[in-house]
Design a protein around this ligand. Structure first.
Ligand SMILES: Nc1ncnc2c1ncn2[C@@H]1O[C@H](COP(=O)(O)OP(=O)(O)O)[C@@H](O)[C@H]1O
Ligand SMILES: [Mg+2]
Length: 282
């Protein structure tokens, strides 16, 4: 059975369409990377999958049922969870909030729930910080705690919206390595602006900018060249393959001469070290 099936989905908050004719099928153990410009509809798509928003056109099935019927199978790490870090709360308390059933913390949690939360913290390598104040952690550590919170309910699919946007490079790498590990048993869907992450970790990629263009990249990874023996894949090539950009002035393999122009001034991806002229196709 598919994890997620979306057929002919369209959505608008008001009169302007935000998503149009979206079709997407996510299978068990997929690692799906969702990319696209700011305002392209990525977070909206996630909220539809989570049943937080309802569409008038098209269908969404999560494990064969309406999202609201299978919510307990989805773990969600929303965008911008790194705000409000001054709140005086311990790591273990943050994780305990992930328990389904929404117990009232005033009446305390049972032994089983605490054991489960500690288990989730150990899954993300943060058990030693259980009694630390959340505000004392680094951005990467806090994000791992948010992932532990989402893991508390033993989800079968974990959805993360830009989990590494305010995290340093080392912390980002640790988060993606953690997701790779979790992907051995859980389906991962992650919105990311980091294109090279897609090649390294994802087997599927979707570019969302009102419409969705889907790519199975599990085999295609081998076909991309790397620059200067750095091991980094050519992001321009990848973006072209995804249909996200077209190169306006040069061959994709020659990225050494001209400068990057992101004509839409959005953050689809960081430019590749000031090399090639590219622009969005949609
Ligand atoms: N709650 C909302 N009410 C009205 N418009 C919204 C709301 N949330 C997002 N939008 C609009 O929907 C579009 C898609 O937003 P979003 O899904 O957040 O994009 P992304 O996550 O790709 O940056 C944007 O034009 C945004 O302004
Ligand atoms: Mg977003």
């Amino acid at each position: 059975m598919s994890v997620i099936d979306i057929e002919d989905l369209s959505f608008a908050y008001d009169s302007d369409p935000v998503l149009e004719n979206i079709n997407l099928h996510v299978q068990k153990r997929d690692f799906l990377a969702i990319i696209g410009p700011n305002g392209g509809g990525k977070s909206t798509l996630l909220k539809l999958i989570l049943g937080l928003l309802k569409s008038k056109k098209g269908t969404i099935k999560v494990f064969g049922k309406a999202p609201s019927k299978n919510l307990s199978l989805i773990g969600y790490v929303p965008q911008n969870t790194n705000v409000n870090t001054d709140f005086p709360i311990k790591v273990i308390e943050v994780v305990l909030m992930g328990h389904v059933g929404n117990k009232n913390p005033l009446f305390g949690y049972g032994k089983d729930e605490i054991a489960c939360a500690m288990g989730a913290l150990s899954q993300v390598g943060m058990q030693a910080f259980a009694q630390s104040k959340i505000g004392s952690l680094s951005g990467g550590q806090r994000q791992r705690v948010m992932i532990a919170r989402a893991l508390c309910a033993h989800p079968k699919v974990l959805i993360l919206d830009e989990p590494t946007s305010s995290i340093d490079i080392k912390g980002q790498k640790e988060i993606y390595e953690l997701l790779k590990l979790l992907n051995q048993s859980i389906t991962i869907i992650v919105v990311s602006h980091d294109i090279s992450v897609i090649l390294e970790y994802a087997n599927k990629a979707a570019h969302v900018n009102k419409q969705l263009s889907f790519h199975d990249i599990s085999d295609k990874k081998k076909t991309f060249h790397t620059h200067d023996n750095t091991g980094h894949f050519c992001e321009i090539e990848l973006l072209q393959m995804l249909g996200a950009v077209e190169c306006s002035s040069c061959d994709a393999s020659d990225t050494s001469t001209s400068s990057v122009t992101n004509t839409n001034n959005n953050s689809l991806s960081e430019p590749v070290e000031g090399k090639s002229k590219w622009r969005e196709t949609k």
